[in-house]
Design a binder for this molecule. Structure first.
Ligand SMILES: Cc1ncc(COP(=O)(O)O)c(C=O)c1O
Length: 395
């Protein structure tokens, strides 16, 4: 085999979403895209806000020498300054331009941070259910994933996290609002996590970083707030992007923000800047950096997601599915009415509903439904869900 054994294994392990994509393509060809209820992909369908268009056109029209040149690997200083202003508000703490590094999306940011901090074999704790790419990113940078469960309502299980921490633990990744559950960790839980990590650092004489993956921070419902991670723990790092809140996932623009009092800050920032370069990103895209600098605080119309979330929750409840309503992001993670999530997903497909089995996120017995699809499609899925649930005994 030409490709590496590891990549072959990874391709098999990550096949769920791809499998759904392929099944979906088949169904859409057969029945027409408008007749397939495809809730399998977390790809924002809302257009970027109008301000994006205006800023992009103006900035793209500038063809002066140097606008497309290399730059410092951490990004343009004026862009980092603009991002720092926004992060200072979100984290309720003054953050400087030097605490920011521009990246190729949150995915690039996670790889940069992990490359900068991991020695071979060091452990990174992730919480099930998790964004499946975490395992690959941790492996990319020579680390070992350690999975800890969350509670039934997907809140932090501090006892489980404590049980997973060893002297080899280098970091824990949390994601709030969460993909795939839509849950947000409240301030008191984050403070308790911060205290636990501080105690563990003391116990093991080690440094444990808290990586907070926050690309859904601005997509929140019912007045929920995403608390500051920087206030909860000094060794914390935010990774995020404009993929979801500006609907720009294809443009690969994101950032890293470090807590201003983080351990060995200048060495860490230098290591991350070098990692950005030698991972082959070199720097975040120049044009997009200049665009997002002018769009701090601007988001897509999140009321669209809020409306869909309400419709979808009503439909799923009426069909008899049980779930913890999402507080943010654009996913619902219902429990499956039969134990086998793969079997349930196959059953849903008979009604042209596409979902991803929970085991793809490290938690069987659930499915993930993404509601970044048209309102009409969600509304029309009501009958299909009802029929699927009513015929479950015949499955
Ligand atoms: C939880 C989570 N983290 C990170 C990412 C990667 O985002 P980006 O497109 O900014 O790399 C995603 C994308 O879906 C995600 O859901």
């Amino acid at each position: 085999m030409g490709i590496s054994k590891k990549m072959h294994e990874f391709a098999t392990a990550s096949s769920w979403i791809r499998k759904m994509f392929e099944e979906g393509a088949k169904l859409k060809k057969q029945f027409g895209a408008e007749n397939v209820f495809d809730f399998s992909l977390g790809n924002p369908d809302i257009a970027p806000p109008p301000q994006f268009d205006a800023v992009l056109r103006r900035i793209a029209a500038d063809n002066s020498a140097g606008v497309h040149s290399y730059m410092p690997n951490s990004g343009y200083p004026f862009v980092r300054e603009a991002v720092a202003g926004q992060i200072s508000q979100e984290q309720a703490m003054p953050v400087g331009a030097d605490d920011i590094l521009m990246t190729c999306g949150a995915a690039g940011a996670l790889n940069v941070v992990l490359k900068a901090i991991l020695n071979p074999g060091e452990e990174v704790i992730i919480l099930a259910p998790f964004f499946v790419e975490y395992k690959f990113y941790i492996d990319n940078q020579g680390g070992k994933s350690v999975v800890a469960p969350t509670r039934d309502d997907f809140s932090l299980d501090l006892a489980a996290i404590e049980g997973a921490i060893t002297e080899r633990t280098k970091a824990i990744i949390i994601n709030s609002p969460n993909n795939p559950t839509g849950q947000i960790y409240p301030e008191q839980d984050l403070k308790a996590l911060g205290s636990l990590l501080t105690a563990c650092q003391q116990k093991f004489g080690s440094t444990i970083f808290l990586l907070s993956d926050e690309p859904y921070r601005k997509i929140i419902f019912d007045g929920h707030q995403v608390p500051s991670i920087f206030q909860s723990y000094p060794n914390s790092i935010v990774v995020s992007s404009y993929s979801k809140d500006l609907s720009l996932p294809g443009e690969r623009i994101g950032y890293i923000a470090v807590q201003p009092d983080i351990t060995e800050k200048s060495a860490l920032l230098a290591a991350m800047t070098l990692a950005n370069r030698i991972l082959g990103f070199v720097n975040a895209p120049a044009l997009m950096q200049r665009v997002v600098a002018e769009l701090q605080g601007v988001t897509v119309d999140t009321s669209i997601y809020a409306r869909r979330r309400q419709t979808f929750c009503d439909i799923l409840s009426a069909a008899g599915l049980s779930f913890t309503p999402p507080k943010g992001a654009f996913y619902i993670f219902p429990r499956t009415p039969i134990a086998d999530d793969v079997q349930f997903v196959a059953h849903l497909q008979k009604y042209k509903i596409l979902a991803v089995p929970g085991r793809g996120f490290g938690l069987p017995g659930h499915i993930r439904l993404a509601f970044c699809v048209d309102d009409q499609l969600i509304a029309r899925s009501a009958t299909a869900f009802k029929q699927a649930m009513d015929t479950l005994g015949e499955a």
